[in-house]
Design a protein around this ligand. Structure first.
Ligand code: HEC
Length: 180
């Protein structure tokens, strides 16, 4: 290898290292572990959390309502009864982990051909209710060949982006206080 090439190579490696160190230095948004640890150790302030939830800094109200049914996500009015603090923290940091019943993604194969992809809303002994792009429909079980559960949730996994750890704890306090 010629000397010039060695100089270029060393230069490129050094530049890469510097850029990497700089990125590591300036990106000080908390990691999921830091949010979790802070919110486990601090109760947070529910009133500040409420203001955050309804503010434009967070996308929550695009999908959720408190009191009336949300268009996309569940009504969060009683969420503090359904999930304890630990579960609320986990839900925000890893939304696809514990998907709320009524919102699980399924793929249904019909006996006479055809597939329906959507959210499994309800089940009875004789029928399955699915919400898909075409709307919400009941499918008689007698028409169903197979139901496959799919991973994931419509809830995005970066909803806490831009929050400080303290604000995250406030949001958890607000959700936890929803007990009606
Ligand atoms: C793009 C739509 C969308 C956005 C934005 C969104 N969510 Fe969700 N969320 C959902 C859906 C759909 C579910 C139900 C499926 C599931 O459990 O993952 C859900 C479930 C939840 C649950 C569990 C509800 C229960 O009844 O157990 C909580 C808590 C929650 N979201 C909080 C939030 C908060 C707080 C924000 C804002 C920081 C937010 N979500 C933003 C769509 C959304």
């Amino acid at each position: 290898m010629s000397r010039l090439w060695i100089v270029i190579l060393v230069g490129v490696v050094a530049y890469g290292l510097a850029a990497w160190a700089h990125a590591a230095d300036t990106d000080n948004s908390p990691t999921p572990e830091q949010y979790q640890q802070y919110a486990e150790a601090h109760t947070g302030d529910a009133a500040r959390g409420r203001t955050l939830f309804f503010s434009e800094r967070l996308p929550c109200t695009m999908c959720h309502n408190i009191g009336q049914p949300g268009e996309v996500g569940p009504n969060l009015a009683g969420v503090g009864l359904r999930r304890n603090r630990e579960q609320l923290i986990a839900k925000l940091l890893h939304p696809s982990g514990d998907v709320t019943s009524g919102y699980r993604r399924v793929r249904i194969a019909l006996k006479y051909g055809g597939l329906v992809n959507g959210l499994l809303r309800a089940e009875t002994p004789t029928a399955i209710q699915v919400r898909s792009d075409d709307g919400t429909t009941w499918i008689p079980r007698s028409d169903v060949a197979t139901v496959v559960q799919l991973p994931g949730t419509p809830m995005p996994d970066d909803v806490y982006d831009g929050l400080s750890t303290r604000e995250f704890a406030d949001l958890i306090a607000f959700l936890s206080s929803q007990r009606s």
